[in-house]
Design a protein around this ligand. Structure first.
Ligand code: AFP
Length: 334
């Protein structure tokens, strides 16, 4: 018999033993996120049957309304964390206002911000999807957190990560000591350590962006894309374009193989599309922990002082040298 595979729970418990005063709450939190992943992966496996069973957002053969998968994913997160004793507030892309969980009070010390189903338009075409999560600690002893207390800098996150629903279901996270990836073994229903201490190459040869927006970008951004496509053997150009329409999947590829993902600001929409608190911040923490960088083009993502829960931000994320070079073009320094 070969070595016993390391499960998610066992891995975190082993690591936590190194920290005096650790209570086991973090391993429970990650186990619950893993459970969300198993439940949503199961729903997604049946998504291709929806044309038989009823369109999401429409009605099924019994005349019942079928909920959209983003709503189902959002509800799954909420249900899993209700009465968990772990989380006192939740905020998500699908909810205008945060939800507090008084049933977990005063023990739930974490606040969880998430995008429950990233790349949802991929559902209908059997392409990868994901979920992104950001974890903060709440230390207000006397009461549940208010909305403004959830709006924190990315550098204050205590953990972050994503679930990816691709050919396998994966959970990738960091708690500030490197980035680790676990792959769900569907046979036993456990996440097994498959990628310990992921390190992103300092430079890659792949870029991911919706280049259909090219005409909407400022001149510096357009020149950067022209640069990526020019031929130059020494710098590995032209880069290969790989874009799935799912941020998690595109960043996952870049995390493992190197390169850059960009959703830049547009001339008439300088704030870009992606959300700071539950998309850019958690992915920035993961990528920085793996040795990469995340920037708006002019500022590090993790240093931004946010002002609103659903704030948008331009995003350049990936290999350190690629992000730094993209910044030089965007800032018209090159
Ligand atoms: P949804 O989660 O609303 O489907 O948006 C997907 C996404 O936020 C991100 O996953 C993609 O990288 C990006 O938007 C795709 O946007 P474009 O369709 O404009 O390329």
């Amino acid at each position: 018999m070969g070595p016993f595979p390391l499960t998610l729970t066992r891995y975190i418990i082993q690591k936590q033993a190194a920290y005096p005063g650790a209570t086991g709450e973090f391993s429970s939190l990650m186990a619950q996120i893993g459970l969300v992943g198993k439940m949503i992966a199961q729903d997604l496996r049946r998504a291709g049957l929806i044309s038989i069973l009823g369109t999401t957002g429409g009605t099924n053969v019994q005349g019942e309304s079928v909920k959209k998968l983003d709503e189902i994913a959002n509800e799954t997160f909420i249900k899993v964390f209700q009465y968990s004793g772990l989380v006192c507030a939740l905020a998500s892309e699908e909810m205008e206002k945060p939800v507090t969980l008084p049933e977990n009070w005063p023990h739930g010390k974490y606040m969880l911000l998430f995008d429950p189903l990233d790349g949802s338009s991929n559902t209908d075409v059997n392409m990868p999807l994901g979920a992104i999560f950001s974890v903060h600690c709440y230390d207000g002893a006397a009461r549940l957190p208010s909305e403004s207390e959830l709006i924190r800098k990315g550098s204050e996150q205590v953990a972050a990560g994503y679930l990816m629903y691709g050919s396998s279901t994966m959970l990738v996270f960091t708690a500030g000591q490197g980035v680790h990836g676990f792959t769900l073994d569907p046979g036993v229903g456990e996440y097994l350590l498959s990628h310990e201490h992921i390190r992103i190459p300092a430079k890659g040869t792949v870029y991911a962006a919706n280049e259909g927006n090219y005409q909407m970008w400022p001149a510096g951004t357009r020149r950067y894309f022209d640069y990526l496509k020019a031929r130059d053997k020494a710098t590995g150009r032209p880069y290969s374009a790989r874009y799935s329409g799912c941020l998690v999947a595109d960043v996952h590829r870049v995390l493992l193989d190197g390169g850059i993902y960009l959703y830049p600001g547009e001339t008439e929409k300088p704030e870009g599309k992606l959300r700071l608190l539950y998309e850019a911040n958690p992915l920035a923490m993961v990528v920085e922990q793996a040795g990469g960088r995340a920037s708006t083009g002019t500022q590090d993502i993790l240093g931004i002082k946010p002002t609103a829960l659903h704030q948008r931000v331009p995003l350049l994320i990936g290999s350190r040298d690629d992000v730094t070079l993209a910044e030089e073009f965007i800032q018209e320094r090159r």
